[in-house]
Design a protein around this ligand. Sequence first.
Ligand SMILES: Nc1ncnc2c1ncn2[C@@H]1O[C@H](COP(=O)(O)OP(=O)(O)O)[C@@H](O)[C@H]1O
Ligand SMILES: O=P(O)(O)OC[C@H]1O[C@](O)(COP(=O)(O)O)[C@@H](O)[C@@H]1O
Ligand SMILES: [Mg+2]
Length: 319
Amino acid sequence: MKKIAVLTSGGDAPGMNAAIRAVVRKAKVLNIEVIGIYYGYQGLVEGQMTTLQVGDVGSIIQRGGTKLYSARYPDFKQSDVQDQAIANMREAGIEGLIVIGGDGSYRGAMDLVKKGFPCIGIPATIDNDVPGTQYTIGFDTALNTVIDAVDKIRDTATSHENLFIVEVMGRDAGDLALYAGVAAGAGAVIIPEVDFCIEDVIARIKRGEYRGKMYNIIIVAEGVMSGTELARLLKENAGITTRVSVLGHMQRGGSPTGRDRVLASQFGAYAVEALVAGKKGRAIGVRNHEIVDYDLTEAFKKEHATNLALYTLATELSI
Ligand SMILES: Nc1ncnc2c1ncn2[C@@H]1O[C@H](COP(=O)(O)OP(=O)(O)O)[C@@H](O)[C@H]1O
Ligand SMILES: O=P(O)(O)OC[C@H]1O[C@](O)(COP(=O)(O)O)[C@@H](O)[C@@H]1O
Ligand SMILES: [Mg+2]
């Protein structure tokens, strides 16, 4: 293999740049040229690409976002659009593609594999919702961003004895909300993987009040409902007044944590090795500290499993 390409797709995640850097540098070690595709699948179809030299990925390991830009490009579900992407890559002499993204991006990659073009997926999304890997690039950074935000909200919540609802991203997954809830000591965590019961939330708040807790912080994952909706339910069902803080896209930004940088570096290098070894339609992941590869379809056909033991712990520790 003499020439490969790399792109970033879907929601950006801190650490994507570190993964791009690792791909380019590992490829250099193996004497392989790397083409960077701009704007994810859209750029692939429109032929927006450039050669990435070792120096082009200098000083990006510490930066959030993605140097290659990203896009959501629904047209990529169309077979003829995918054919165009493959034609562009073949014309440019590209023999394999590394896709850095989430479950949606993996579907696109698998379609290319089915059409005979080798692809490897690197999981990068703050949602941590890619089945088959315990962690995705960006999750740890986003988690620390949420923890920092909740810590700050706690300062004002305690000072004014207010009850706060913090709405956290994650699409249909509750990992970000759950891990942040444990790490920031939230009074309650509401995630899509556990049936929602307004009475339970109210009981939790009342129990806190009974033991003298005059403020509270409830973390709700966006996949369950919005913070505003939860505020309305608490008001209507128990007359409880809350303030709502929607953290929004700040959760996707910032300099990646050490953990995300290391993971991204390992994933990037491993993906290049996998392509060179002739693998195709494989997803890279981490399981019990070991970097592994597995069937790409497993990453979007299976359900993402959150850590329910951690949920139990969260409820136990926030009595
Ligand atoms: N079923 C699909 N078939 C082909 N391409 C897809 C499919 N789903 C998503 N994609 C491509 O992957 C891109 C990113 O997917 P998205 O779900 O938005 O983000 P993520 O990859 O982070 O989960 C989409 O904009 C689209 O170009
Ligand atoms: O910025 P957008 O396009 O509104 O997307 C918001 C979504 O993107 C995310 O930040 C990341 O999701 P993906 O990794 O699937 O792209 C989700 O947490 C959130 O629901
Ligand atoms: Mg996704």
